[in-house]
Design a protein around this ligand. Structure first.
Ligand SMILES: Cc1cc2nc3c(=O)[nH]c(=O)nc-3n(C[C@H](O)[C@H](O)[C@H](O)COP(=O)(O)OP(=O)(O)OC[C@H]3O[C@@H](n4cnc5c(N)ncnc54)[C@H](O)[C@@H]3O)c2cc1C
Length: 398
C-alpha cells in the first residue's frame, strides 16, 4: 500500500531541501527522496570546501524563512560588498559596491556543504517531512490522484505532485522525456581554495583574459591569513593541464591570470575540474511533475547565479502549490503547474542568454569586439545609474 503525500520531492540538494521545508511549514505533507545519505562532513578552515556559492540577499531571505541560514556559523560566511571586473586584453574595468545602497552587502559566500548541512538540520526539525535517503526512484507512473512511485528500497509512495530537484543530470527529467536545449560551454571550471598574500577586501574579483575567466571569491580569514575560493573557467585541455601542475606552478599561473592583483601562495584543498554545460528544459512541467533548480536549467557560473535561480524557482513553486492546496485544486494538474512555469521560465531564459552573451563577448579576441567591450566597461564604471542597477541585479533585488 503506497504512503500518500501532497508533495514528493526527488533530490535533497540545496534546492530540494529548501522546497521540502517551505512546503511542510505551510502544512503540506512531504516525502523527500535522495540517493545520498543526507549527511555532510564539514571541512576545517582554512581547508574550505572547493565548492562554494555566492548567495544573493533574496536567496538568503528564503533560507532564513526555512530556519537554515541562522544555523550557519558566522565564521563560515563571507559577505561581499563589492565586485571588480576587468578585461585582461585591454584596460576595461568596472567595479560597483553597496556604497550605492546603504548598509547592504551584495551577498555572502558560503561553502555548498555548509549550506546543505544547515538545510538538512531544518529538514529534520520541520514536521511533516518523511525522509527516504540512500534511496531512489525505480518506477514512476501516473495515477488518478497524481504520481505513484516505487523506490529501490521496495517502498511505494504516492504524491499529488512530483517535484524533480535531482540536479543537472535529472533522472526524472530523462525518464519522463522532457526535452532540453543544451550545449557545452567549451569550458571546465577549476575550483579550489587558495591562500593569497593580502586581504581580499570583501570583494568578488573577476578577470576575463587569455587565461580564461577567473573569479577570486572572498572566504573568511584565519589567523591573519587570507583565502579566496577560485572558479577558473578554461578550455577542457587547459583545465586538465592546470589541474596536473605542481602546486607552486599552478599558483604562479593563477597570480598571472589575476593580473598580479594578488599573489597566490598555496592551495588548501585538491583542485577539481567541473565540465560546464548550458541546459534548459523546453517545458518545466508535465501532468503531475515539475522540474526545479538544476534539473530545469544550468548556466555558466561566471555570475554565480545558478543556485539563486533555483531558489527563485522554489519561492514561486511553493507559493503556487500552497495557494492551490488552500483552494482545493489538484496540485499536479497542468492548470496549477503551468502557473509555476509562467512565473519562472522567462527570467531563467533571460539569465541563460545573458551568461552566453557574456561568455562569447569576453572569449573573443577580435580587435573590434575587444575595443568595444573595453569602452563599454569604462562607460559602466563612470555611470552611477548603471552601477546602481548592477548592485540591484547582483543582490537579487532587481
Ligand atoms: C563551478 C560552479 C560554481 C557555482 N557557483 C555558484 C554561485 O556562486 N552561486 C550560485 O547561485 N550558484 C552557483 N553555481 C550553481 C549551483 O552550484 C547549482 O545551481 C546548485 O548546486 C544546484 O542545486 P540543486 O539542488 O538544483 O542540484 P544539486 O546540488 O545537484 O542536488 C541534486 C540532489 O539530487 C540528488 N539526486 C540526484 N540524482 C538522484 C536520483 N536519481 N535519485 C535520488 N536523488 C538524486 C543528489 O544526491 C543531490 O542531493 C555554481 C556551479 C558551478 C558548477
Amino acid at each position: 500500500m503506497a504512503r500518500e503525500y501532497d508533495v514528493v520531492i526527488v533530490g535533497a540538494g540545496m534546492v530540494g531541501a529548501l522546497t521540502a521545508v517551505l512546503t511542510a511549514q505551510k502544512g503540506l505533507t512531504v516525502a523527500l527522496i535522495d540517493k545520498h545519505s543526507g549527511r555532510y562532513t564539514l571541512s576545517t578552515p582554512p581547508a574550505y570546501d572547493a565548492r562554494v556559492s555566492a548567495i544573493s540577499k533574496l536567496s538568503q531571505k528564503l533560507l532564513e524563512e526555512a530556519g537554515a541560514w541562522q544555523r550557519i556559523a558566522q565564521d563560515r560566511l563571507a559577505p561581499y560588498h563589492k565586485m571588480a571586473v576587468w578585461d585582461g586584453l585591454g584596460d576595461g574595468y568596472v567595479d560597483f559596491d553597496t556604497h550605492y545602497q546603504q548598509g547592504q552587502t551584495l551577498g555572502q559566500l558560503v561553502e555548498n556543504a555548509v549550506l546543505c548541512n544547515a538545510l538538512m538540520k531544518s529538514v529534520h526539525d520541520t514536521r511533516g517531512i518523511d525522509l527516504y535517503f540512500d534511496d531512489s526512484v525505480v518506477v514512476q507512473r501516473q495515477v488518478d490522484q497524481g504520481v505513484e512511485i516505487d523506490l529501490a528500497s521496495d517502498r511505494q509512495l504516492q504524491g499529488s505532485v512530483l517535484i524533480a530537484a535531482d540536479g543537472a543530470n535529472s533522472q526524472v527529467r530523462h525518464q519522463n522525456g522532457f526535452e532540453t536545449v543544451e550545449w557545452d560551454y567549451g569550458h571546465h571550471a577549476i575550483v579550489t581554495t587558495v591562500e593569497i598574500d593580502q586581504p581580499h577586501e570583501s570583494t568578488a574579483w573577476q578577470a576575463f583574459g587569455e587565461e580564461g575567466i577567473l573569479a577570486f571569491l572572498p572566504l573568511p580569514s584565519v589567523d591573519d591569513k587570507h583565502y579566496v575560493s577560485i572558479v577558473w573557467s578554461v578550455a577542457p585541455d587547459d583545465a586538465e593541464q592546470l589541474v596536473a601542475l605542481e602546486e607552486a606552478d599552478f599558483c604562479k599561473r593563477l597570480t598571472y591570470a589575476i593580473n598580479r592583483r594578488f599573489s597566490a601562495l598555496s592551495i588548501t584543498v585538491p583542485r577539481m575540474a567541473i565540465p560546464l554545460r548550458q541546459r534548459h528544459a523546453k517545458q518545466y512541467v508535465q501532468e503531475g511533475i515539475a522540474l526545479i533548480g538544476d534539473a530545469a536549467h544550468t548556466i555558466h557560473p561566471l555570475a554565480g547565479q545558478g543556485a539563486n535561480l533555483g531558489f527563485a524557482d522554489v519561492s514561486a513553486l511553493v507559493l503556487i502549490l500552497v495557494k492551490a492546496h488552500q483552494r482545493g485544486e489538484m496540485l499536479g494538474s497542468m492548470k496549477v503547474l503551468r502557473r509555476y512555469q509562467r512565473a519562472r521560465m522567462l527570467d531563467n531564459i533571460a539569465m541563460s542568454a545573458s551568461m552566453e552573451a557574456f561568455k562569447r563577448m569576453f572569449m573573443t579576441q577580435q580587435p573590434i569586439v575587444v575595443r568595444l567591450r573595453n569602452m563599454g566597461m569604462k562607460l559602466c564604471h563612470s555611470s552611477a545609474t548603471i552601477k546602481r542597477q548592477l548592485v540591484a541585479h547582483a543582490s537579487g533585488i532587481r
